[in-house]
Ligand binder design. Sequence first.
Ligand code: ZN
Length: 351
Amino acid sequence: MAAELSPPFFDGHNDTVLKILMGKATVADIVQGYDAGHIDLPRARAGGFGGGFFAIFVPSPKGSADRMEEATGDYDFPLPRMLDQPYALDFVNRGFEVFSDLENAGAITICRSAGEIGVALEGERMAAVIHIEGAEAIGPDCAELEEFHARGLRSLGPVWSRPTIFGEGVPFRYPSTGDIGAGLTEAGKRLVKECNRLKIMIDLSHLNEKGMDDVAALSDAPLVATHSNAYAVCPHARNLTDRQLSQIAESDGMVGINLASGFLRPDGRMNSDFGLDVLLRHLDHLIKFLGEDRVGLGSDFDGALVPKDIGDCAGLPNLRAAMADHGVDTALMTKLTHGNWLRVLRKTWGE
Ligand code: ZN
């Protein structure tokens, strides 16, 4: 592997499966390459993108907007309504089928352990961990969780930026901390315990601050935010305050840096025309609070407007180069690109 493609990235979050579910990409596109989106196999090889968490995200029914258009200045988008469980379950089941289709077509290897990720990162396909972003498909007794685990689920976000029966997500609000709304419900506390029992990683990105405090008090696993940035650099409700970063450090968890322009730029604008020096400010701040062993990538590819200097997963050599120019040495580069993810997953999953 050429120097600019190594070490491979293992990434905390992408929405490629949603692209397929929404008819914006096909499984063949992901295998052969296509001229839209951020991730396909040829571009992954071109950029040294080894894989990551692939999310199943259930969009709100037609007519209610989940995603924002270009936003400038201050903004506060209301939370969408709660989803019905049968609707969400149907969508999640279709998501699991997309994983099988991608694996059968040779695009991904579904990974259930850190060992399997390590092997897959050496191979030609993308390593894929099945993640569900928002637990709407799960009922209050959490019965579906065991079946999802048997089908390969290894990571779950109790909420997206939307209320569920388990807790409340943060709205897309700038400027604002994530201290908005109530903590986990009784069902939410049960969900945390069930995730611990089944060794399913709990993703705190999108959860509000009181909810994260509840997970911190209850969970026996490291605290992980797969795709969030530093509030001190960009005061967005989706980013993490220094107090939250200290909680994550104390639990020996980690944070994946989100490439969404609106969560990187100090002005919160969803505009991709800015330099990677902004991303490096987040990196420095996260390392200051979390240490070198607790920071990785959480790109949000296929779900966010990413900096023009990266563009898509084929542009990741530019991120490696920017980090190297910033003084990141070989040992730290290995940790930031994939080593820290493998470390925290080994701790969380026990294998
Ligand atoms: Zn997200």
